[in-house]
Ligand binder design. Structure first.
Ligand code: BGC
Length: 722
């Protein structure tokens, strides 16, 4: 690969940017779907947040509002002393520094040339990966070479540091036991509410023998190895780590020991080769090649990389959090972000992975049913925020505002109900694109039908107008809460009811036994569903879809363009109350509906009128917004807007446009960017038996290529710009 090609696979930090630590930690996260590891440094700094998260390990600490992902013991911990001086980037002088995330191989490297305060020059080359071939194996290696004259004493101290707590110093462990046996470390513990048992084991291997010492602290098994190096002599220190939990085995301690033994036997080089070859396969399925635009190419790969490292490889009882496994934003909770933003790329390119994610919802149907009952409804009402139990985990209050101390009631867990249809939509999309009837009959249909049962019990009949309505909703635009007749929700529910009826017919014709089983089990009412599908109120006002009742008449007009440049969201600037009263919207709402239903909504002129109504008032206060706008703008032929919005979305994390990347990657945006290219610029459409393209590429894009899997067949797609 020449350096031009290489650049498009690399995220590089050079020189060192000490003030950007939290941002680089997030964007340089590595992972394998089971484990996510933020890009913090081995030697540790006071302002860093070394975080390793394990998919599905949630705990609800007494006294906190909701469950959250639990920070694992820090396996990266490795400090280096040369002649008694600690290697640290904030001491001595950095003579050279380069950190590179190689997205093609999922390997993070750091090269440092360091002059110690006592003037020893040390060359260090770090490398780390979380194995994609065996997600329970984590590995890091450092090459050390003193360049100054004489003999040098090196002391490497390695730990599995269980003193790392969650933000706010929340300690989720009921207990943590550490153990050292010369070159090996062990730690295991149990979370205090959820009772998950986690075990990790580590071994330090060195090219140079020396003296071992136990350096443990409570909750932090640690050891050191001291050895001598001459000028220019190189030593390589390898730390192999295993991690298991009661989510994957009955006996995590034995599993961690066995996996470690196997890893040591296989050896770092072979582990790395297997990992790289697994990444080769991943990219073979998911890569989008964009020729003629280096910025877009790298940014799209960055988004795809983050989607891939968050995708569970085998566990169908976990999903992908809004901030993946790269930070604590939203506490690791799962939203519609998965079904509408991340799933379509996976359904298209890695259907097996998509199926697992849909199974997460299937396994959590009981939680959804529980929520419906608790609210006086029938069927399955999926939680707005979901964790490991499938129950509603949206907090009811915000954290206090840093300036005013005000806490605001969060209504999304009560009223952002479109999630149930979003999930049904994703199931139907999966079925249509994959043609996987067996899965659909066994699992998918139940999700589509029982969420329809929920809506049938939820929809309110308004006899005066002979129509169905949905009051007290929150559509995608969360700046306006508890509105009546969110057109996004109403229209999607009408669509959902019709699809549910089609599913019933299809089952009766093709799988009568399954139809009978589901009819016996669920409160299916075809007549009522038909009625709702036909009579759900879709409010068209002044020739466009009205986002909700009163959007045009009751909200004050607002000139968003005066507030530029702007990184803060408008609800922060105006305050929560005022934002509710003005015509400024958080994110794609009607435009989101356009993206998913497109010409089912109306003709080109109608769609364009809606765009012209909502685009000028959108704040993009959610990272979910720009990519969807890019997609829709491309379809409308508004290429300039489409490209600007697309680049903004694609670089949202790389360039930290929102100033909040420290909390984690905007994983939905990553999926949205993939979709903006494929559905927006390329105009891919999949119907039952055909695939069509309607490219609207930016002029300077010479070629776009990717693969999709349609009805079990891999179809390479290539578009050249003429
Ligand atoms: C957005 C939601 C999204 C959530 C998690 C919110 O700011 O408005 O649509 O699901 O973030 O990403």
């Amino acid at each position: 690969m020449n350096s031009y090609e290489l650049r498009q696979w690399q995220i590089k930090e050079a020189p060192f940017r000490p003030f950007d630590l939290a941002h680089t930690e997030t964007i340089l996260t590595i992972g394998n779907g089971l484990v996510g590891v933020r890009g913090s440094f081995e030697e540790g700094y006071p302002t860093d947040s070394p975080t390793t998260l394990l998919a599905g390990i949630f705990n609800h600490k007494a006294g906190t509002l909701v469950p959250e992902l639990v920070s694992m013991p820090n396996w990266l911990s490795l400090t280096i002393h040369v002649n008694g001086e600690a290697f640290r980037l904030d001491q001595g002088r950095i003579l050279g520094y380069e950190r590179v995330l190689n997205m093609k191989t999922g390997i993070l490297t750091r090269g440092v040339l360091w002059l110690s305060p006592n003037r020893t020059i040390l060359r260090l080359a770090f490398e780390r990966f979380t194995s994609l071939a065996n997600p329970h194996i984590l590995a890091l290696r450092v090459l050390i070479q003193p360049l100054s004259e004489g003999q040098h004493q090196l002391r490497m101290t390695s730990a599995l540091d269980g003193r790392i707590l969650n933000p706010g110093n929340v300690d989720h462990w009921a207990n943590l036991h550490g153990e050292v046996s010369q070159d090996q470390l062990f730690i295991n513990g149990t979370t205090d509410q959820s009772g998950y048992h986690v075990a990790m084991a580590a071994q330090l291997l060195s090219t140079h023998s020396g003296e071992w010492a136990d350096e443990s602290n409570p909750r932090c098994p640690a050891h050191s190895l001291t050895f001598q190096l001459n000028q220019n002599e190189k030593a390589t220190i390898t730390k192999l780590v295993s991690i298991h939990s009661s989510r994957d085995t009955d006996d995590p301690i034995t599993a961690a020991r066995t996996t470690l033994e196997q890893a040591v036997e296989v050896g770092y080089d072979k582990l790395k080769l297997d990992h790289e070859s697994a990444w080769y396969d991943y990219w073979d399925q998911m890569d989008i090649v964009i020729e003629g635009d280096e910025v877009a190419q790298r940014a799209v790969r960055f988004c795809t990389y983050h989607l891939l490292i968050a995708t569970p490889q085998y566990d169908e009882r976990v999903s992908i959090a809004a901030k993946s496994l790269s930070g604590f934003g939203y506490k690791g909770h799962v939203f519609w972000d998965t079904e509408f933003f991340m799933l379509p790329p996976l359904t298209l390119a890695m259907p097996e992975a998509a199926r697992r994610l849909l199974m997460y919802r299937y396994h959590n149907l009981d939680g959804a049913r529980k929520k419906a009952r608790a609210n006086g409804y029938e069927g399955a009402m999926f939680p707005w925020e979901s964790t490991d139990t499938g129950e509603e985990t949206t907090p009811q209050w915000t954290d206090p505002h840093p300036v005013t101390g005000e806490r605001i009631r969060i209504w999304t867990g009560d009223n952002e109900q479109h999630i149930s249809s979003d999930i049904a939509y994703a199931v139907l999309q999966f079925w249509q694109w994959t043609g996987d009837d067996a899965w659909f009959v066994q699992y998918g249909a139940e999700i589509v039908l029982d969420t329809a049962v929920f809506w049938a019990s939820r929809a309110e009949y308004n006899a005066e107008y002979d129509r169905y309505e949905l009051r007290q909703q929150i559509g995608p635009d969360e700046y306006h809460e508890n509105v009546d007749n969110s057109v996004f929700t109403n229209r999607l529910v009408a669509w959902h009811m019709q699809q549910a009826l089609n599913v019933l017919d299809w089952l009766h014709q093709n799988h009568p036994q399954a139809a009978q089983r589901l009819e016996a089990q669920l409160n299916i009412q075809p007549q009522k569903w038909q009625d709702i599908a036909q009579k759900m109120w879709i409010n068209v006002n002044q020739g466009v879809l009205e986002q909700f009742e009163g959007f045009f008449d009751r909200l004050q007009p607002f000139n968003l363009y005066d507030y530029t440049p702007r990184t803060a969201n408008m609800d922060w600037i105006l305050g929560h109350e005022k934002t509710q009263r003005v015509r400024v919207i958080k994110q794609a709402d009607v435009v989101m509906l356009m993206a998913i239903l497109w010409d089912e909504l109306g003709d080109h002129d109608f769609l364009m009128r809606n765009w012209e109504t909502y685009y000028p008032v959108v704040d993009h206060g959610s990272s979910l917004s720009p990519s969807i706008h890019a997609w829709v703008a491309a379809r409308l032929g508004l290429l300039r807007e489409a490209y600007d919005l697309f680049i903004y979305a694609a670089t949202i994390d790389l360039e930290d446009h929102k100033g909040n990347v420290r909390d984690g990657i905007h994983a939905a945006c990553c999926g949205g960017v993939w979709q903006a290219v494929v559905f927006g610029f390329c105009g891919l459409k999949l119907r039952d038996n055909e695939i069509t393209l309607d490219p609207m590429l930016p002029k300077h894009w010479r070629r776009v290529a990717f693969k999709v899997v349609h009805q079990g067949r891999i179809i390479p797609i290539e578009i050249t710009n003429t």
